[in-house]
Design a protein around this ligand. Structure first.
Ligand SMILES: CC(C)(COP(=O)(O)OP(=O)(O)OC[C@H]1O[C@@H](n2cnc3c(N)ncnc32)[C@H](O)[C@@H]1O)[C@@H](O)C(=O)NCCC(=O)NCCS
Ligand SMILES: Nc1ncnc2c1ncn2[C@@H]1O[C@H](COP(=O)(O)OP(=O)(O)OP(=O)(O)O)[C@@H](O)[C@H]1O
Length: 201
């Protein structure tokens, strides 16, 4: 019997490694991409259980007047305290896992992509068929994040890095590694992996 279920492929990488940039390239190739970071923010505003958990734990300031997530407030609260990161993870990750599965079931493509900063850390990688790690030196990642996020200070980026598995460990556990440095082109690396994933059984 022909199995028509797409392969479930994860794309992970530390903060500022270039996951979203790499995912844009896969999208151009027609591959469906689920962004866990983006969906988490939507779910935090529309899922009533999740919303009440966040309000109870982190207070009214967690949401802006327009109903959106107060990202700067929550980032400052959460990333400075490992216990609080665990807490928000325990609320958000189950909701994202469920939402991803619902989304994945209605996709038709040779493979689909789940983009998430945390895949090995949360155990989500175990439910995926393949994982790609986007790997970039810490110095470059720090410079790119500080240029992209004017509201974030170096201290907070370091706190976030400390909550994530080191890049070397992710490279070891991944099926594919995309190197995103200043000297290596992304497009040929994406095309090579796309070819392999499009033909894998
Ligand atoms: C605290 C929040 C609101 C801050 O939002 P903000 O826009 O400032 O940051 P953003 O979400 O873009 O995250 C920036 C980067 O930080 C890293 N990061 C985010 N959450 C976590 C976490 N729980 N643990 C480690 N790193 C994280 C990722 O590399 C991410 O790409 C947000 O990060 C959040 O809700 N995090 C907890 C839920 C979570 O784990 N989301 C990620 C995917 S499910
Ligand atoms: N090869 C590159 N050359 C120049 N800039 C790049 C390159 N790759 C990524 N960037 C830039 O670096 C920043 C971080 O990249 P991106 O947002 O894709 O990373 P990310 O891994 O998704 O980050 P986060 O974990 O914070 O969500 C972005 O501003 C992006 O435009």
């Amino acid at each position: 019997m022909i199995n028509s279920r797409p392969l479930w492929v994860g794309i992970t990488g530390g903060i500022g490694s270039g996951k979203s940039t790499v995912c844009q390239l896969f999208k151009l190739l027609g591959i469906p991409v689920y962004s866990a970071d983006d969906r988490a923010k939507v779910l935090m505003t529309v899922d009533p259980t999740l919303k009440s958990q966040i309000l109870e734990e982190f207070g009214e300031d967690s949401y802006l007047r327009n109903g959106g997530v107060n990202r700067a407030y929550l980032a400052q609260k959460v990333f400075s305290d490992p216990e609080k990161v665990e807490k928000i993870n325990s609320f958000v990750h189950p909701a994202v896992a469920k939402d991803f599965k619902q989304w994945a079931e209605i996709q038709s493509a040779p493979y689909l992509i789940k983009e998430a900063a945390l895949l090995f850390e949360t155990g989500a990688a175990e439910e995926l068929d393949r994982v790609i790690n986007v790997s970039s030196p810490l110095k470059i990642r720090m410079a790119r994040v500080l240029a992209r996020d004017p509201h974030r200070k170096e201290d907070q980026v370091n706190q976030i890095i400390n909550r994530q598995l080191p890049d070397e460990q992710k490279n070891e556990r991944a099926d594919f590694v995309i190197k995103n440095t200043d000297t290596k082109l992304l497009i040929p690396q994406v095309l090579e992996i796309h070819k392999k994933l499009s033909t894998s059984e």
